[in-house]
Design a protein around this ligand. Structure first.
Ligand SMILES: [Zn+2]
Length: 193
């Protein structure tokens, strides 16, 4: 497998997360010798202070483009950044990373009127779908977990739909687009799909 292939880079990230889980991280995070800006992958994650992509994938300076926003959802500016990253910088992996105990997703599920007003329409389709399967009052935790997971997958679908550039790269096997969930307890990044 070429060290420049999407599959190889994806596997590198998975291996980095395994090292992190086992407390065997090897990356020197303060390496100031990296002067080029040629990251191999993009992570779209939450602003949550506990979800730090470089740390949980055991990657260093210059390895990742990272976009962080409450609820790890897309918008047109973020998508435009991803198109730049893939088209001009050659990134070959894009991971939309949700996480356990997401305050943003939880506040939307709880129908909190004043928090994350702009996030609501992004999470609403996942809430609608999960409400048909799980009763919020009976099983709130399970409900929020499933909404978080589905929202990651729907975010991926919207990225594909809104960006012909990225979806074409994916169709040509030049870009791996996946969703994943991060466990705050174990440090595991579980691939969805
Ligand atoms: Zn969050």
């Amino acid at each position: 497998m070429s060290t420049n292939s999407a599959k190889f880079i994806f596997e590198e990230l998975i291996q980095g997360n395994l090292r992190f889980q086992k407390n065997q991280s090897t990356t020197i995070i303060n390496n100031k010798e990296v002067l080029s800006n040629e990251p191999k992958a993009i992570i779209l994650s939450c602003i949550d202070s506990r979800v730090i992509p470089e740390v949980i994938f055991d990657q260093g300076i210059g390895d990742l483009y990272v976009s962080r926003i409450a609820g790890n959802i897309e918008n047109k500016d973020i998508i435009n950044s991803f198109e730049f990253a893939c088209n001009f910088k050659g990134c070959k992996v894009l991971i939309v990373l949700g996480h356990e105990d997401c305050g943003a997703v939880t506040s939307v599920c709880d129908n909190h009127e004043t928090l994350f007003v702009n996030l609501k329409p992004h999470i609403a389709p996942a809430i609608k779908a999960i409400s048909q399967k799980i009763n919020f009052d009976k099983d709130r935790n399970q409900y929020i977990t499933k909404v978080s997971e589905l929202s990651v997958l729907l975010t991926l679908d919207r990225i594909r739909f809104k960006s012909p550039i990225l979806s074409n790269l994916e169709k040509n096997n030049e870009l791996i687009l996946v969703g994943a969930m991060y466990s705050l307890i174990t440090g595991e990044i579980r691939i969805l799909n």
